[in-house]
Design a protein around this ligand. Sequence first.
Ligand SMILES: NC(=O)c1ccc[n+]([C@@H]2O[C@H](COP(=O)([O-])OP(=O)(O)OC[C@H]3O[C@@H](n4cnc5c(N)ncnc54)[C@H](OP(=O)(O)O)[C@@H]3O)[C@@H](O)[C@H]2O)c1
Length: 338
Amino acid sequence: MPLNKQILLVSRPQGEASVDNFRLVQTETPPLADGQVLVQHHYLSLDPYMRGRMNEGKSYAAPQPLNEVMIGGTVGQVVESRHPRYAVGDWVVGMGGWQEYSVVDANQPGVLRKVDVSRIPPSHYLGAVGMPGVTAWYGLVKIIEPKAGQTITVSAAAGAVGSAVGVLAKQRGCRVVGIAGGPDKCAYVRDELGFDDCIDYREHRDLKSLAGALKAACPNGIDGHFENVGGMVLDAVMLRANAFSRVALCGMIAGYDGQPLPMLNPALILINRMRIEGFIVSEHMEVWPEALAELGELVGSGRYRPRESIAHGIASAPEAFLGLLKGRNFGKQLVKLV
Ligand SMILES: NC(=O)c1ccc[n+]([C@@H]2O[C@H](COP(=O)([O-])OP(=O)(O)OC[C@H]3O[C@@H](n4cnc5c(N)ncnc54)[C@H](OP(=O)(O)O)[C@@H]3O)[C@@H](O)[C@H]2O)c1
């Protein structure tokens, strides 16, 4: 059986997470029992939610246990099988964790999903045609409920979720305005993803300036907003929100290191009769087939070309993850393992 490099969570962060919270170990993969398969991971997905799992505190999901392999989505190939439904060479998506191999009890429902890599590269099953893509689809389609001609804004617009939100909203005939950090990200959002406009929030250091930029980019106000960041970005959007507008509250990455993110003017929710709704994509498994079908078609046909940031080797995962929390990724953050 092959040797397996793994990254464990060994301590919980106080404030900012650091590489010292993780440890690289090497173990032997155990021999397979009946019903099990051995998966070699080609890509590991790094996602902002992992920062929340590093904390002890109560949240919508249980904390990551200490001294165990960090949780994470993976795509890879079956290299050994003692399960009749899986053959050596099959491509599968699962929650293999921060390691090179995983032994999976394939009888458990939903633990592995076979994927077709003939039209869609395997890595996209962790991004645009995976959990982040479905997240975008759910928040946009089920919460924002966009109509043609409406103006939709999205923060962290160059990222895995944000880019898919914009592409899906353009498909529905909306005016789409992204908010992202830096001129390169904004150029990608506008020129390659086809958003109508993108605001570089780093050029707008205060609320008045950011709200002014939103006013210029959204002359008819904002009908729907997809929030990934929180803080000043959300405050500025609230100032431009139309009556009966909707906000899909997907993430608040600006506060993931623990500091509270107050909302400046919640009275605007009443004044504008707004609907603000948080959601967790894994609680809406019923939409996954429909969402994945649309996203798979967009990516497979080349109409949506998702961008990726790729780190190499399992040892690079902690640094790449910390970079994601600082906006150093450009598109879906992955670790290539093979
Ligand atoms: N509710 C759910 O079920 C669900 C599921 C998946 C993801 N999410 C959330 O969706 C959001 C996006 O996730 P993703 O996987 O697509 O990540 P991502 O956008 O690919 O990467 C994170 C991006 O967030 C921005 N960012 C990081 N720190 C920031 C800060 N302090 N202030 C402002 N922006 C910051 C950076 O972009 P800039 O350089 O443009 O600032 C960074 O590139 C996250 O909030 C995540 O937690 C929620």
